[in-house]
Design a protein. Structure first.
Length: 230
């Protein structure tokens, strides 16, 4: 079984949503050195991050988070890929000319999946590079696109050579921790979506109906894996 390592959704965010994010940045944000948010080897990254300021920082962060999460929640492929339990408040980062992220892995405590939302595309360089199936794969999708990948995947960002690269990043904890469990859940869901869901009157009928049987298996998978957390 080949595990799906990443999910790319091109032009996931509308121009209006991107404009709303930049309005918050311009009205309530201050760019600060981003090195303090990485606790691994010194010098892995050279970038800036937005620090919201003002009288109601928590509200500003909430508005920004809602813009991001509301759109991601509307994408069934994101929910199917991550099977989300919760996500951290997103960060906004800027990589200017000469700045970069050297090879690293995100901390396991951050979550099971990392997501990058590309806020602009009018820059050169700055490709997100993921180590996938024994080789480096580069991504530089259009503004508004998002890419979600397993948090343990080594990655880096090429130096920006012109303009600046703005992204929002966040991490998601999954209800299913085992990648094989997630792959099984995705497979069951894909088959269920192909089946007819018809009214059933008796339990005898239910236990002969493919939709009912597979849906029950899928929910039992979640119940079994979530039981220790209760």
């Amino acid at each position: 079984m080949t595990l799906q390592n990443y999910l790319l959704i091109e032009r996931n965010f509308s121009f209006d949503a991107l404009a709303d994010i930049y309005s918050l940045i311009n009205a309530c944000g201050e760019w600060v050195d981003g090195d303090h948010t990485y606790t691994g080897v010194e010098g892995v990254k050279k970038n800036k991050e937005i620090k919201f300021r003002g009288d109601n920082v928590e509200y500003t962060q909430h508005v920004f988070s809602q813009i991001i999460f509301n759109r991601m929640d509307e994408r069934p492929e994101f929910s199917l890929f991550t099977i989300p339990e919760n996500s951290k408040v997103p960060l906004i980062t800027r990589t200017e000319v000469g700045c970069y992220y050297n090879p690293h892995q995100d901390m396991a405590t951050n979550g099971d999946f990392s997501t990058t939302v590309f806020l602009n595309d009018d820059f050169e360089g700055g490709e997100l590079c993921l180590w996938l199936e024994g080789k480096e794969v580069k991504f530089k999708p259009p503004a508004g696109s998002s890419i979600t990948y397993r948090t343990g995947i080594p990655h880096r960002v090429n130096k920006v050579t012109k303009g600046h690269r703005d992204v929002a990043v966040f991490w998601t904890h999954s209800k299913l921790k085992d990648p094989l469990d997630r792959e099984l859940y995705m497979g069951l869901t894909s088959v269920i979506d192909l089946l007819e869901h018809k009214p059933i009157e008796t339990l005898e009928e239910a236990h002969q109906d493919p939709f009912f049987i597979l849906n029950n298996l899928r929910e039992n998978l979640l119940r079994q894996r979530l039981a220790p957390l209760r």
